[in-house]
Write a protein that binds this ligand. Structure first.
Ligand SMILES: Cc1ncc(COP(=O)(O)O)c(C=O)c1O
Length: 369
């Protein structure tokens, strides 16, 4: 017997998470200098890390011989004060992705259903399938925004989780605070809303998800230090939820999952409001620039508000992706999300954005200008 026959039956057929191609891999594949490549594929912060966070992480390396403080006492205290909740409302994890896995451990098994959009960030589906539960996928609307009425209609007595990334990935579309209020108010009592707001800080009108927790709604808000704080490589995220839920999540959380430098970086970065402001502004400008310039090239960007942009390139999408790599720009194919004619572009620095637009113009031509 081979290993595949010995593992749990639910593992077969689970899609593998495909990350953006690292610079080193593309450089090796194409025989290019890593420094000549711009990675605009993984929704990372092109300006780097919060300087406060980075300084704290470096200083914390002196304590690398010790186990981390497993309860994240100081980070929870800081976040609780900022959010107006108690530390018992919080769970700190190694990236926000981990929260989805922990919720899977808690709630999912064969016979259980998870409602989500098709497509949405793939971890929701991966975790559902890993646990032998059933993803109930609701198609996006014509404009690629999420169909909230459709999601509500898909809930059955077997539903335990509704996974709702907002902004959604890979589309970047957002749900208005009013629409979200209505959605949360309509959820039945046997369902937990997993509200994934990894990109919240890039929005102009940010829903107050903590409000739902304070109202006693079954909402787990997932947040991360990976995106605007620029700490993706250190892996810190957190959940805001009711204390009973937080204690349950903590019960399945592996001990010491968040490292010493990661905890220190997040604690310092949480106060780096100047950094968040600067990155928000740079991203908004970069996003508007890409939307305008790519539209002028006759391409169709999807209306959204994140640090990335989904663009309809048409039947040549795959070929354009390959050509862009050769021109030094790594972006993201999204055929695995059922969008073979689209590509996803992470907003870069202004120089990267301008370079990418010029490279795309060189491939698709400027005749439509
Ligand atoms: C919607 C969404 N949620 C969560 C994550 C994962 O973030 P983290 O680095 O906090 O695990 C991502 C990363 O790309 C994402 O797009």
């Amino acid at each position: 017997m081979n290993y595949s026959q010995l593992v749990k039956p639910s593992i077969a057929g689970v899609p593998v998470y495909i990350p953006g191609k690292p610079i080193e891999v593309v450089a090796r594949e194409l025989g290019m200098e890593p420094s000549s490549l711009a990675k605009m594929a993984s929704n990372e912060n092109p300006l780097g890390s919060s300087p406060k966070g980075l300084r704290a992480a470096k200083a914390a390396l002196a304590e690398a011989f010790m186990y981390p403080e497993n309860s994240a006492f100081f980070l929870k205290a800081k976040l609780a004060a900022k959010l107006g909740v108690t530390p018992e409302n919080l769970v700190v994890t190694a990236g926000s992705n981990e929260i989805i896995y922990l919720l899977g451990d808690l709630f999912l098994a064969p016979g259980v259903e998870v409602v989500m959009s098709k497509p949405c960030f793939i971890t929701g589906k991966i975790v559902t399938l890993l646990n032998g539960a059933k993803p109930v996928e609701v198609p996006l609307k014509e404009d690629l925004s999420q169909d909230l009425d459709g999601l509500l209609a898909a809930i059955t007595p077997a539903t335990r989780l509704v996974y709702l990334p907002d902004p959604n990935n890979p589309t970047g579309t957002v749900i208005s605070p009013e629409a979200l209020d209505k959605f949360v108010a309509s959820l039945p009592d046997h369902v937990v809303l997993v509200y994934d707001e990894a990109y919240r800080e890039y929005r102009s009108d940010i829903p107050d998800s903590v409000k739902y927790v304070k109202q006693g709604k079954k909402v787990v808000a997932m947040r991360t230090f990976s995106k605007i704080y620029g700490l993706a490589g250190l892996r810190v995220g957190y959940a805001v939820c009711e204390p009973e839920m937080a204690a349950l999540i903590d019960r399945v959380r592996p001990p010491f999952d968040v490292s010493v430098p990661a905890l220190a970086a997040a604690l310092a970065a949480a106060d780096d409001t100047a950094w968040v402001k600067k990155c928000h502004k740079a991203n908004a400008e970069g996003l508007a620039y890409l939307q305008k310039e790519l539209s002028a090239l006759g391409l169709k960007p999807v209306a959204g508000e994140a640090n990335f942009l989904l663009v309809h390139f048409g039947p040549r999408a795959k070929e354009i992706f390959v050509q862009l790599e050769k021109k030094g720009f790594i972006i993201r194919p999204v055929a695995n999300y059922g969008l073979p004619e689209h590509l996803r572009i992470s907003v870069g620095t202004s120089a990267q954005n301008a370079g990418l637009v010029a490279a795309i113009a060189g491939i698709v031509g400027t005749s439509s200008r």
